[in-house]
Write a protein that binds this ligand. Structure first.
Ligand code: HEC
Length: 465
C-alpha cells in the first residue's frame, strides 16, 4: 500500500527522485565548517518566517493600534513576548550570518567563474535582509520607529531629481502617519519576503547548477576555459554525496544557532518598546537596533558639508561596487593566502564597521537624557550660590550635554575644570548667546540664575594644583 502511494506520487510529480538526486549529488570532499554559513542564513530566515507569521496574527498595522497591539502581544498573549524575542534575535542572527557568509565567499574567491550570478543574487539578498531589518524596526511604531521613518524619508529626499518623489513613496504622503505604517507593513510582510523567497530559490538553483566551490588551494588558479572540466574530474575522483557526508555540518551548525537564538529569546526577552509615538517630541533621538547602529554613527559623525552627498552616493557606490565585483575579477587565484588585498579589504571593513559600531553604541554626539544628579560631594557645597547654580545646571539641561566629574552628557565639552579656563565674563557671553550646538539661554534664565550657574562653573577647578 505504502509502496503504491509512493509509486503514484513519484509518477505524477517526479518529486521523490528529484529530491533524491539533489540530496545525493556529489560535492567536493574537504568542504569544511567554513561552508555552513549559507545554510545557517537560510535557517535564520525560516525562523523569521515562522515567528513573523505568529506576530502577524495579532499585529494591526494602523497608526492608532500598532503600538497597543505590540504591548498586548508582549504582555498578554501566550508566547507573545517569546515570539517577539525570537523574531528579534532571529533577525540579528540572519544579518550576522549573511555577513559572515559573504565574507567567506569573498575571502575564498568562491564568487569567481562560473559563480558570478551566485554572488549577484547574494548581494541582492544582503540588500533585502538589511531592508527587512530596517522596516521591521519601524513596525514597532514607538517614538524611535516613527523618527526612524522620518529620518529615512529625509535622507531619501536629498537624492537629486527623484528625492521628493522617493520621500512621498516612503511616507505615503507629505508627512509621517497611518499610510506610512501601511506601506512599511506591506513592504516588510509581502513585498520583500516574496523577493527573498524567489531569490533564495534562484540562489540555491545556482548552487546546484555550478556545484559547491571546492576548497581553494594556493597556486590553483581559476581558468574559465578549463575550470568546469577540472571541477567535474575532481568530483568524479573524490566527490562525496551531499547527503549525508556534507550536510551534517550544516545541520549541526544550524541546530546550534537555533538553540542559541531560542536561549537568547528566552533569557533576555524582546527588545523593549520605546515611548508611544508623539509627534510633538521633536528632539527624540532615533537609534536603530545593534546591527544598523554603525550606519547611524556614520551619518551622525559626517561633517555637515558632505552629508547630503554622502547619504545618497555612499550606499549607491557600495552597491554598484559589490555588483560589479565578480566581473572585475572572475579568474585567477582563489586562496586567501595569495590574495592579501582581499584579506586586507575584509579586515578593513570589519574594523571600520566595528569602530563606527562602538561610536554608535556610545553616541557621544547626542545628549544624555538621563544623567545622574550631581552629589553634594561633587558640588562641594550644600547651600549658597554654588549649590543653587549646580541645581540649575541640572534642571536647565546643561548636564545633559556637559560632563562634570564624569557624570552627564558628552555633546559639549567637559566642564569639570572650566573654572581654570574661562572668566565669568566669557561664561556670561557663552551662556546668554549660545554657541554652535549649544542653545542660548538669555531668554530662559534670569540674570540671577545665570550668575548662580557661573558661580558654580567658576568653582570647577583642576584638583591637582
Ligand atoms: C544641547 C547641548 C548643550 C546644552 C543643553 C548646553 N550646552 Fe554648553 N556647550 C555645548 C557645546 C556643543 C559647546 C561647545 C560649543 C563650541 O563649539 O564653541 C558648549 C560650550 C559650553 C561652554 C564653553 C566650554 C569651553 O570649554 O569652551 C560653557 C561654559 C557651557 N557650554 C556652559 C553651559 C551651560 C551653563 C549650560 C546650561 C545653562 C549649557 N552649556 C547647556 C552644548 C550644550
Amino acid at each position: 500500500m505504502v509502496e503504491k502511494i509512493y509509486q503514484w506520487l513519484e509518477d505524477r510529480t517526479g518529486l521523490i527522485s528529484l529530491i533524491g538526486k539533489v540530496a545525493k549529488h556529489p560535492v567536493p570532499s574537504g568542504a569544511r565548517w567554513w561552508y555552513v554559513f549559507g545554510s545557517a542564513t537560510l535557517c535564520a530566515f525560516i525562523i523569521q518566517v515562522a515567528s513573523g507569521i505568529a506576530l502577524a496574527l495579532y499585529y494591526i498595522p494602523s497608526a492608532d493600534e500598532a503600538y497597543v497591539t505590540l504591548q498586548t502581544i508582549t504582555q498578554s498573549t501566550t508566547f507573545g513576548a517569546f515570539a517577539r524575542a525570537l523574531h528579534y534575535y532571529g533577525a540579528s542572527a540572519m544579518v550576522l550570518m549573511v555577513g559572515i557568509h559573504m565574507a567567506q565567499v569573498f575571502l575564498q574567491g568562491s564568487y569567481k567563474f562560473p559563480r558570478e550570478m551566485n554572488w549577484l543574487t547574494g548581494v541582492l539578498l544582503l540588500g533585502f535582509t538589511l531592508l527587512m531589518g530596517f522596516t521591521g524596526q519601524i513596525l514597532r511604531w514607538d517614538q524611535n520607529a516613527v523618527w526612524t521613518a522620518v529620518v529615512a524619508a529625509k535622507q531619501a529626499s536629498r537624492a537629486p531629481l527623484v528625492g521628493g518623489w522617493l520621500s512621498t513613496l516612503i511616507l505615503g504622503g507629505p508627512t509621517v502617519g497611518g499610510s506610512t505604517l501601511s506601506r512599511i507593513f506591506v513592504v516588510h510582510v509581502f513585498l520583500i519576503p516574496a523577493l527573498v523567497f524567489a531569490f533564495v530559490g534562484l540562489h540555491l538553483l545556482l548552487v546546484l547548477r555550478h556545484g559547491i566551490s571546492e576548497p581553494p588551494q594556493p597556486g590553483k588558479k581559476v581558468n574559465p576555459q578549463t575550470y568546469r572540466k577540472e571541477y567535474e574530474a575532481a568530483l568524479k575522483k573524490d566527490g562525496v554525496p551531499f547527503w549525508p557526508d556534507a550536510i551534517w555540518r550544516d545541520m549541526v551548525f544550524a541546530a546550534a544557532m537555533t538553540i542559541g537564538i531560542v536561549i537568547l529569546a528566552f533569557v533576555f526577552g524582546p527588545p523593549e518598546l520605546g515611548h508611544p509615538p508623539d509627534p510633538s517630541l521633536i528632539d527624540a533621538n532615533p537609534r536603530p537596533d545593534w546591527y544598523l547602529i554603525w550606519y547611524f554613527a556614520v551619518l551622525a559623525l559626517l561633517p555637515h558639508g558632505i552629508e547630503n552627498f554622502f547619504m545618497i552616493f555612499a550606499p549607491l557606490f557600495a552597491g554598484i561596487l559589490l555588483i560589479l565585483f565578480p566581473f572585475i575579477s572572475n579568474h585567477g587565484e582563489r586562496s586567501p593566502s595569495r590574495r592579501p588585498w582581499a584579506v586586507a579589504v575584509v579586515i578593513m571593513v570589519v574594523v571600520m564597521i566595528g569602530a563606527f559600531w562602538l561610536a554608535g553604541v556610545k553616541s557621544d554626539w547626542s545628549p544624555n537624557f538621563d544623567p545622574k544628579p550631581l552629589s553634594v560631594e561633587v558640588i562641594g557645597a550644600d547651600s549658597g550660590p554654588i549649590f543653587k547654580g549646580a541645581h540649575l545646571f541640572e534642571v536647565k539641561g546643561c548636564l545633559n550635554c556637559h560632563l562634570i566629574e564624569g557624570d552627564g552628557g558628552r555633546r559639549g565639552p567637559d566642564l569639570s575644570e572650566v573654572g581654570d579656563k574661562l572668566s565669568a565674563n566669557q561664561m556670561l557671553l557663552l551662556i546668554s548667546n549660545g554657541a554652535p550646538n549649544m542653545p542660548s539661554y538669555a531668554s530662559t534664565l534670569t540674570p540671577t540664575e545665570i550668575d548662580e550657574i557661573i558661580a558654580f562653573l567658576r568653582s570647577r577647578h583642576s584638583r591637582v594644583k
